[in-house]
Design a protein around this ligand. Structure first.
Ligand code: PMM
Length: 264
């Protein structure tokens, strides 16, 4: 899954694809580089981010989704809002990627149920503005599994077919670096929920901390090799997809893992 953030302020690619034309070009390039899905988002979820209104979110994503889906790209819409999900599906999006797992806007689950499309439910504890204050766990893997299991119950109740649901541990969302590493080390336990797993580690700040030079975190443009290492390990652990800013290196890593798997 390749990322196109049509935002002025996302932490790693904010501002680079804020004009529809450049966002469309980026989506086409990700697709050509091996992304099976292009994830289009109009609202930044970086820690501390403020919300934008729904009209602005739609204004950002709809033209991009329309062009990419017309060009044959499978598009997911990255949104927490039912109205944005509905507008994006009308414009041709095929998947809804909801970082709130249906918690931010419960009507979003109804939109997904009516459309009968695949749904990515991410682990989330609250809005980005103050989410890091919720990064408190006894056993992070057990609690993320429990909270995702509760989301599955709500998703079932909304009438979304189980076999259309993908789960995501939500790295960096109400999680410290230690929490992220614990979750990556135990993807097998997340898989016991019985659904495919999406991993979104690409360029996140825990990689900047890992690769820091003294107390200077590695900047987000130089976290790609570490991102690809996670792609290989996640693929080897059976992840369904990784959400990444550069498609080619991760697509290559997935092919390496598949070749070794086939030889095994
Ligand atoms: N991370 C971000 C945005 N959307 N969606 C899913 N499913 N999983 C994630 O980990 C995730 C996401 C934030 O990263 P970005 O600012 O680079 O898009």
């Amino acid at each position: 899954m390749g990322v196109v953030n049509v935002t002025p302020d996302s932490f790693s690619d904010g501002g680079r694809h804020f004009e529809a034309g450049s966002a469309i070009d980026r989506g086409l390039a990700l697709h050509a580089d091996g992304a099976d899905i292009v994830d289009v988002g109009g609202e930044s979820t970086r820690p501390g981010a403020a919300r934008i209104d729904v009209e602005e979110e739609l204004r950002r994503v709809v033209p991009v989704i329309r062009e990419l889906s017309a060009a044959g790209v499978t598009v997911s819409i990255d949104t927490m809002r039912s109205a944005t999900a509905a507008g994006a599906l009308d414009a041709g999006a095929a998947i809804v990627n909801d970082v709130s797992g249906g918690l931010a806007d419960p009507k979003l689950l109804d939109v997904v149920a009516d459309a009968g499309v695949p749904y990515v439910a991410m682990h989330w504890r609250g809005p980005s503005a103050d989410m890091q204050s919720r990064a408190s766990y006894g056993d992070v893997v057990a609690e993320v599994c429990d909270e995702l299991a509760r989301r599955l119950t709500a998703i079932d109740a909304a009438g979304i077919k189980r076999d259309l649901v993908v789960l995501d541990p939500g790295l960096g969302f109400a999680k410290t670096a230690t929490h992220n590493w614990e979750l990556l080390a135990h993807l097998d336990r997340l898989a016991t929920l019985g659904r495919p797993i999406l991993v979104g580690a690409s360029r996140k700040s825990f990689l900047g901390s890992l690769l820091a030079d003294g107390d200077q975190p590695r900047d987000s443009d130089h976290r790609e090799d570490a991102t690809v290492a996670i792609t290989a390990l996640a693929a080897n652990a059976g992840a369904w997809a990784v959400r990444v800013h550069e498609a080619r290196p991760s697509a290559d890593a997935v092919r390496v893992v598949a070749a070794i798997g086939a030889a095994r």
